[in-house]
Design a protein around this ligand. Structure first.
Ligand code: GLV
Ligand code: MN
Ligand code: MN
Length: 399
């Protein structure tokens, strides 16, 4: 599976991935998912949003009998120049765990589902976890349809181009009800498991930090870079730069992290004074009030320059299901339980009331959202084994 996925959406120069929602690369990944599901005789269902679900067993029959399914999986899209593991490791491990269960002759008492959430990174339309947000009603279909990418293509247009009816987009309670529990396996996106005093291949996720994305827009007047006196300029970049510096300072002062990693400058000429700068602030922290303080400080600086800061998305503190977390940690022999500053579809499902937990696989580089992201084959296999144990436990007759 890994070999088949490797070339899809890969930049041969950087070895980074460019797998954005509803693009050709995404289409190929979705075909790959269907192929893997069909090869295993699983039933593929696509929900109203476009998330793909591959079921072993009938989720509706089981639901009617009071035994909703156990779902695992993750996403296949990437950030710009992303790593190979963020997302795909969870989907590949899900299929591999299913293979292991069957090889062992396991007969599930509940259906087991493998999911591929669409547009987890929000790399194209700006809102992370778009697939699970729309599915659970955390983002309205109207808002989703109107989001635009860097080329001005709306999600509605992208859906149409991919052969889907954008009017079909919307919350899908029927799909959510089928999920009795969701366990997402994911590559670790920090260094905790590699610390010498920890040195463990796996951990169970306990919670996700509060986090959000805000759009900063500052305005100026385009003019010549050589002939316009400094005193006569209205340079949109100055307010924007002040906002970036204030984000860093406020994050430091409040024990948070803040990032401005995407900027669009208009008109975008080396020798033209910027008339408009739009950039995205990503702010996170373990304490919700502290994150809000950071954003308030940046908002004030932006306002001083007569710019605008608006919220694109916000996810509050997200604990996973405590009983499920304890159960996983115990079944897996008391492995570490850690929180994370990364967002996941698992968090959106948890906030929608689905019992949810995560498994993290050690990443020795500690780097993620970059081609440097890594996990050894040995640790990945330990992840598959752990996921197999978890599925045996949750979908077995004694569950
Ligand atoms: C997703 O990976 C995020 O945390 O931004
Ligand atoms: Mn990611
Ligand atoms: Mn991810």
């Amino acid at each position: 599976m890994w070999r088949d996925l490797t070339p899809i959406g890969r930049d041969d120069r950087t070895h980074g991935y460019h797998r954005f929602a509803w693009t050709r690369a995404d289409h190929t990944l979705r075909e790959w998912f269907v192929g893997e599901a069909e090869r295993r005789g699983l039933d593929v269902v696509v929900d109203r949003v476009g998330n793909q679900w591959a079921w072993w067993g009938d989720p509706d029959e089981a639901l009617a009998a009071g035994r909703p399914g156990i779902v695992t999986g993750s996403h296949l899209d990437s950030v710009p120049d992303g790593g190979a593991f963020d997302g795909p490791l969870g989907v590949v491990s899900a299929f591999a765990a299913l293979d292991a269960l069957r090889r062992d002759g396991f007969e599930p008492d509940r259906p087991i589902g493998v999911v591929n959430f669409i547009d987890e990174e929000g790399a194209r339309f700006g809102v992370a976890c778009a697939g699970s947000r729309i599915l659970t009603g955390a983002m309205t279909a109207d808002r989703a349809r109107s989001l635009t990418d860097g080329e001005g293509v709306s999600m509605a247009e992208a859906l149409r181009a991919a052969g889907r009816d954008p009017e079909g987009l919307g919350p899908d309670a029927e799909t959510v009800r089928r999920v009795g529990a969701f366990v997402e396996l994911h590559v670790e996106q920090g260094r905790h498991l590699s610390l010498p005093e920890v040195d463990q291949p796996l951990a169970v996720g306990s919670d996700i930090w509060p986090h959000g994305r805000w759009r900063i827009r500052t305005l100026g007047e385009a003019n010549h870079a050589g002939t316009t006196r400094l005193a006569d300029r209205e340079d949109a970049m100055l307010g924007f730069a002040a906002a970036v510096i204030s984000a860093r300072r406020a994050a430091e002062a409040n024990g948070c992290v803040a990032t401005v990693g995407k900027v669009v400058v208009t008109p975008g000429g080396v020798n033209a004074i910027p008339s408009e700068v739009t950039g995205w602030l990503d702010a996170r922290g373990s304490d919700e009030t502290a994150v809000r303080l950071v954003v308030d400080e940046v908002r004030e600086v932006v306002a001083d320059f007569e710019g605008l800061l608006t919220e694109d998305s916000w996810t509050g503190p997200t604990p996973f299901d405590p009983a499920l977390v304890r159960r996983l940690a115990t079944r897996l022999g008391g492995i570490p339980v850690i929180g994370t500053g990364a967002g996941h579809d698992a968090g959106i499902l948890a906030n929608a009331g689905v019992p949810t937990a995560m498994l993290f696989v050690r990443n020795p580089t500690g780097i993620s959202h970059s081609p440097e992201e890594f996990a050894t084959s040995q640790d990945c296999l330990a992840g598959v084994e752990a996921l197999t144990t978890v599925l045996t436990d949750l979908a077995g007759a004694s569950a």
